[in-house]
Design a protein around this ligand. Structure first.
Ligand code: FES
Length: 97
């Protein structure tokens, strides 16, 4: 459902749960997740799936785990070559799979 605007090229690779994923330098990890149809990255205390929503650091629904174990907001992380992120949710909710 989400895609790059025409002519926008991916130039780096990040790893989402160890899966190589094309990204563009400078785009946010949350944008990459949405483009990859990953709409839920963790579960709220009530068990509901949560994923990137506000895209500006307010809702905290985009929390992902970095390679060093730190949890960060995916919408506040810039994609860089080789970045590894892990989704706290055990069963990813992917559209179309
Ligand atoms: S999408 Fe809301 S804090 Fe990241």
């Amino acid at each position: 459902m989400f895609r790059h605007i025409n002519g926008h090229k991916t130039d780096i690779t990040i790893f989402i749960d160890e899966k190589p994923t094309n990204a563009s330098s400078g785009e946010t990890v949350a944008a990459v997740l949405l483009r990859e149809n990953i709409y839920a990255v963790h579960t709220a205390p009530n068990g509901e799936a949560r994923g990137p929503y506000c895209m500006m650091g307010v809702c905290f629904d985009c929390m992902v785990t970095l390679e060093d174990g730190q949890n960060e907001q995916a919408c506040q992380i810039e994609a860089t070559e080789g970045l590894k992120i892990y989704l706290p949710i055990s069963d990813r909710y992917k559209v179309g799979e």
